[in-house]
Design a protein around this ligand. Sequence first.
Ligand code: KG4
Ligand code: ZN
Length: 338
Amino acid sequence: MSDSIILGIESSCDDTSAAIIKGNSILSNIAANQEIHKEYGGVVPELASRAHQQNIIPVVEKSLTKANIQQNAISAIGFTRGPGLLGSLLVGTSFAKSLAMSLDVPLIEVNHLQAHILAHFIEDANPMPPKFPFLCLTVSGGHTMIVLVKDYFDMEILGKTIDDAAGEAFDKIGKIFDLDYPAGPIIDRLAKEGNPEAFKFNKPKLENYDYSFSGIKTSVLYFIQKEVKKNPDFIKDNLNDLCASVQRSIVEILMAKLEKAAKELEIKEVAIAGGVSANSALRKAMQDNNEKLGWNIYIPKFEYTTDNAAMIAMVAQLKFERGEFTDLRTSATAKYDL
Ligand code: KG4
Ligand code: ZN
């Protein structure tokens, strides 16, 4: 891999992030989170867009300072073109275009989902990068899918959620428990002190590699409504057990289809990616399958799981090597297939 220096910019949802990569080694990876959405229990698109506008210049400047890089050392600029919230994407896209124009360097568009998967090729993401072909369970707040990765830019979606994403399920169920947004990491933390066998929730029965998470959300909601009638403090009294049980159910749903795909396709190279891959129970389940099923597992370093610009810079580097540049007339796109 060439050791060109590339700036990556990510602004697809509620994190404004900038990273500098040299070859496949990350020199800086800066993110500004948007606390404002906590008050609303979810991401408010208009507020996200405005916060990106405020954050983008300081975040990019910080990424350069931290990496000890001058602007004129940058060979190209990579940015998330989609999928995501249009108003958010527009901020990163416009900024990347202007900077590429003023520095007179190539502009490189990046698909956010590809980036979650290709984050595995960042030098310090894994002790070893995955070998093609591998399976990648890509799980975030907006997506849940099993991807067959045949090569860097040759990916096939084997199955995906037909309703909510796994992260969305964590967040919506967290809301039922009156937890802050995003609830995924909070449920993970509270589950550590709870009994995962305490409560049982409905599991979807889908034939192929598709997922469904709206059933478990409804099942939790009805269960809570029933119990709270008997004991108004039911959630408070059982919070750790509730979180552990929900987490167990979601992880079991995720792993069942991944195991089915690995078995049927006879693939033992198995990776996870996206925000939910930070989940400790999912990581543990992967570890167990390394021992039980002989999987070679790839779990990215924590900082490359939730939205970050390091993964955007990584894809931009791979495209830079291939000479795949983007016209300056490009625009952001909310929907963007793999
Ligand atoms: O990839 P990401 O940062 O953004 C999207 O592209 O959606 O994923 C965010 C999602 C949120 O739903 C959040 O609750 C979930 O990832 N998440 C977790 C954990 N950390 C983040 N879910 C469960 N356990 C975690 N430790
Ligand atoms: Zn993401």
